[in-house]
Design a protein. Structure first.
Length: 246
């Protein structure tokens, strides 16, 4: 058993694991309700401005942008991947290639521009056009649980303008309808001190690879990690994993 398999096996064991699982199920239900309402909101926006939606199934130029998500969204995506083994395996294969490309280009999403010290150079990152590792045959493989920022973006100018290298890119007309859940601090243990937000594919991979240790900000979440790791149900599996095979 490798560490990915171990983390999958113990993900929802014990007291904390159960709370984690219940939270993910509730979060996904809430997100899908939001997606239903979002369609209505987007239609209202377009009608009010007498505009037509340019986005269509199979259009994926926007899937090479920096995709941020909350830690709760990342946890729900991990849960979804654990329920969809084929998607999980595909992501584990695709991610290292994607991460290497992002790293080779200098991790621009972490390099702030001169005018903005708080965030990386997301415009330069977009120009690299590195497709999201969840993009498969021009479709999102985690569509049901995709981040709010992906679902909330629509444009009404020609789809070609969404290409960061298109001369009219800066003139594209877009609407970003987000959700109050972006500022959500609820979690399955104690509430977060402040919203935790990061680059979605990296966050998801870290949780798959390191288990709960990979959750960003885990050190500020009180005794969550120790209560989880030292739970007898979790320890049983870890001991089995560590036992040398004869
Ligand atoms: S935002 Fe642009 S690239 Fe993305 S689906 Fe809509 S038209 Fe296509
Ligand atoms: S999560 Fe899905 S919708 Fe969002 S960028 Fe990746 S492939 Fe595109």
């Amino acid at each position: 058993m490798d560490s990915f398999q171990l983390n999958q096996e113990i993900a929802y064991l014990g007291l904390v694991g159960n709370l984690r699982k219940e939270y993910c199920i509730r979060f996904i239900r809430k997100k899908q309700q939001f997606f239903k309402e979002l369609t209505g909101q987007q239609e209202e926006t377009l009608t009010a401005n007498s505009e037509t939606l340019s986005c269509y199934k199979g259009c994926s130029r926007c899937c090479s942008l920096f995709i941020g998500a909350s830690v709760q969204e990342a946890e729900a995506i991990v849960y979804y991947l654990y329920q969809n083994e084929d998607k999980l395996q595909r992501f584990l294969e695709t991610y290292p290639v994607w991460r290497e490309k992002v790293r080779a280009s200098g991790d621009l999403f972490r390099k702030p521009t001169a005018g903005d010290k708080s965030i990386g150079d997301l415009a330069a990152y977009a120009r690299l056009k590195i497709p999201c590792p969840f993009l498969q045959d021009d479709a999102c493989s985690i569509y049901e649980v995709r981040p709010f920022v992906c679902a909330g973006l629509i444009v009404t100018t020609p789809p070609e303008w969404c290409d960061p290298k298109h001369p009219k890119h800066s003139k594209r007309k877009r609407y970003i309808i987000s959700d109050s859940a972006l500022a959500d601090r609820t979690f399955y243990w104690k509430n977060l001190e402040k919203p935790v937000w990061s680059f979605m594919p990296i966050m998801v991979y870290d949780i798959l690879e390191q288990g709960m240790r990979g959750i960003p900000g885990i050190s500020r979440m009180g005794d969550l990690l120790s209560r989880y790791i030292y739970d007898p149900d979790v320890q049983d599996v870890i001991r089995r994993y560590e036992k040398p095979s004869v």
